[in-house]
Write a protein of this length. Structure first.
Length: 203
């Protein structure tokens, strides 16, 4: 009765085969995932290196521009300082033209950011123990300072806006109790600066 007849499958053998198959599948998926992860990491590192090389070239080389920028041979716009005119030409070119001029076979994407260059300082503190809030702000150059302040207390909301011109800016409010988020933007010609702070009013 206990003997296994020919053609029958032992439960122990079936369980062993299933465990072996699951272990084999687990190892296969682990190796495959590890391989593709490594390939992706290498590809990502190569892409980042290529992007850095392109950025260094554009911003450190002067290029060789002709009178017609679209017929120029080398279209870098760097050197001792960035050439704003050439930079505008570069970003005005079609993608295919820029790719051809840079002799790049890979796809690329470029962005240019104007960083803030007006400093803003203030005497804001984290806690005001009464409703009267006086804030003095200073900008590093004469500029138009626009200030927006949003306050909340429970389900109540408050919004305030002020503007000042010059280097020294004074603001005064009588505010309800609550938490306030303040954002300031200073603008002068093509320059700008940004500032933000959070404070609480407890009357």
């Amino acid at each position: 009765m206990g003997r296994v007849k020919k053609g029958q499958l032992s439960p122990d053998f079936a369980m062993s085969a299933m465990i072996f198959s699951l272990a084999t599948l687990f190892i296969f998926f682990h190796l495959t995932r590890t391989y593709y992860t490594r390939v992706w990491e290498v590809s990502r590192a190569e892409s980042m290196a290529a992007a850095q090389n392109l950025a260094v070239f554009l911003t450190s080389e002067e290029g060789n521009w002709s009178d017609n920028p679209f017929e120029s041979g080398s279209i870098a716009f760097g050197g001792s300082s960035l050439n704003g005119t050439r930079m505008q030409y570069f970003f005005g070119m079609s993608y295919q033209t820029a790719q051809d001029k840079l002799t790049l076979s890979e796809d690329f994407r470029t962005e240019a950011w104007t960083l803030p260059n007006i400093g803003i300082t203030s005497d804001i503190v984290e806690l005001y123990p009464n409703n009267t809030v006086d804030i003095q702000m200073q900008t590093t150059e004469n500029s138009t300072l626009q200030l927006v302040m949003v306050g909340t207390q429970g389900d109540q909301g408050y919004v305030f806006w002020n503007q000042s011109v010059g280097r020294y800016h004074g603001f005064s409010w009588t505010l309800p109790a609550g938490v306030y988020s303040l954002k300031a933007l200073a603008v002068s010609s093509e320059n700008y600066g940004a500032y933000e702070a959070v404070f609480r009013v407890i009357p």
